[in-house]
Design a protein around this ligand. Structure first.
Ligand code: NAD
Length: 468
């Protein structure tokens, strides 16, 4: 075996080139275009989620300390219902759509016909390591593509189970898993795929997009950012506290759409903090470290990064740390300044800062000073305030009087805007992302309007103006 690391790269490049050429040949055979085949793959995903539930839960527990029920809600049942939704809607989505043909094109017919793109690369993230890899895969297969999946190496147990189960349940000729980290992803990115779906941070997204640009490969980038959550004094604060506590502390805050920080006035903050405390205790007990429902930071690096963001002088709830167990208790920080380090990056952990905003205009102004968020939330009973927020805050996804629940609606496209991402998937938007909407026009031979043909003259010009 060679000790020269460049030889490994040559092998990787060669292996992946062969893998892509095999998949391209299968795609060209037309196998994946068959609707019955696509449906069989959706059923295989649903069966896999049901039959392998226990092993999947164990992998997610090992990677992120996720409880079985949280894994069910946010991973297995999500993937399974998403695949079932794709299966049930395939006939409708793949149907051709007729459009009107103008007089100049008569007699003729025009229509849009969806066609698959070819071979799709899906690069997953670690925080929902199953969902963020398999939901994209499901949409790509539903659209009739071959797929290469690259799960995140930061969730190694889940990556391993994906690599074992996918060839067992899905068609191994058409769907492949490549495990690995930067070298493997880099080698994959050297190849010419027909679409790339990447989920993760913005810095790597730039690497992915640059690599894709070399082949003019279209990309869908599912990124993150600081998702704000406005709480107005007129909101139902009991319900608000419960929903925010659930959204923020699920998966120990490692959720791209978790409320990152709260914008509220001083009075609302004073009322909301004890309610958050009550709900945290109801959900995770007096000592959340003992709770089976509470997760852990994915690794030591993220534990250190998030711990360092806790400003101890401002702790209103929690603040307990256990580095050996990668445990950070549900933590709330009061009255944090916009200049504070915790407001300079996406927190991606169980720490919730309150930032003071005097009114809705002030809150919107603060949000608009930053990058466009992936998600934005508002809790209010006032329709005018709600309208202002929805019209003036540009974000990927928004929720009024709740957090994250848009994920339960299959037909709401999920994706960011600006620095929080580009493109979307989920339901029909996923099908469209991985399809080309081919425009087709069919002409009859006769009659053939002479008006469009040279030589051009006044009479033809006049007639043309009249029929336009
Ligand atoms: P990550 O470290 O798991 O990386 C994502 C993928 O990129 C992995 O498969 C990894 O192997 C690959 N990768 C890493 N470095 C690379 C390199 N140099 N070249 C090529 N590939 C490389 O994920 P992360 O970046 O830690 O994820 C956290 C971010 O992702 C957060 O900002 C979060 O908000 C965002 N996120 C977004 C969504 C969404 O759906 N919009 C979902 C989850 C996470």
């Amino acid at each position: 075996m060679s000790t020269d690391p460049s030889c490994d790269h040559i092998t990787l490049d060669q292996d992946y080139r062969e893998l892509l050429s095999d998949l391209t040949a299968i795609f060209d055979s037309g196998k994946t275009k068959d609707l019955a085949w696509r449906r069989s793959q959706m059923i295989a995903i649903e069966t896999m989620m049901r039959d392998q539930e226990a092993e999947i839960f164990a992998a997610l527990k090992s990677d992120l300390g996720k409880s079985a029920m949280e894994s069910f809600i946010t991973e297995t049942s999500y993937i399974s219902s998403d695949a079932a939704y794709n299966r049930k809607n395939l006939s409708r989505w793949t149907r051709i759509k007729r459009v009107r043909t103008p007089v100049i094109g008569q007699p003729g017919k025009s229509w849009i016909q969806p066609e698959p793109l070819g071979v799709v690369l899906i690069i997953g993230a670690w925080n929902y390591p199953l969902q963020l890899t398999l939901a994209g895969m499901s949409a790509a297969i539903a659209a009739g593509n071959c797929v290469v999946i690259k799960p995140s190496e930061l969730a190694p147990a889940t990556s391993a189970i994906i690599a074992r189960l996918i060839p067992e349940y899905l068609d191994p000729d058409c769907v492949k898993v490549v495990e690995g980290a930067v070298p493997e992803t880099t080698a994959l990115l050297n190849l010419s795929f027909d679409h790339i779906l990447y989920t993760g941070g913005g810095d790597v997204a730039k690497i992915v997009m640059s690599a894709a640009a070399k082949h003019l490969t279209p990309v869908t980038l599912e990124l993150g950012g600081k998702s704000p959550c406005i709480v107005m004094p007129d909101a139902n604060l009991e319900a608000t506290a419960k929903r925010i506590a659930w959204g923020k502390f699920t998966n120990a805050g490692q959720t791209c759409i978790a409320p990152d920080y709260i914008l509220a006035d001083a009075y609302t903050e004073k009322l909301l903090i004890p309610l958050l405390e009550k709900n945290i205790e109801e959900m995770f007990g007096y000592d959340p470290q003992k709770s089976k429902s509470y997760g852990r930071m994915v690794n030591a690096r993220h534990f250190k990064r998030v711990s360092a963001l806790i400003e101890t002088d401002h702790i209103a709830i929690g603040g307990q740390l256990d580095a050996d167990k990668r445990y950070i208790s549900p933590t709330v920080l009061s009255n944090i300044s916009l200049e504070s380090p915790i407001m300079q990056e996406e927190i991606f952990g169980p720490v919730l800062p309150f930032v003071r905003a005097n009114d809705i205009e002030h809150a919107i102004d603060i949000i608009r000073q930053g990058e466009k968020p992936l998600s934005a939330y508002i809790f209010t009973n006032n329709k005018v305030t709600e309208k202002k927020f929805l019209e003036q805050v540009s974000c990927g996804n928004a929720c009024v009087n709740d957090v994250m629940m848009f994920m339960a609606v299959h037909d709401l496209p999920f994706g960011g805007v600006g620095s929080s991402g580009m493109g979307a998937y989920s339901g029909q938007s996923g099908f469209k992302t991985f399809s080309h909407m081919k425009s087709i026009m069919k002409r009859a031979w006769w009659p053939d309007l002479a008006v469009r043909y040279a030589p051009y003259n006044k009479r033809k010009f006049k007639f043309l103006r009249w029929i336009r």
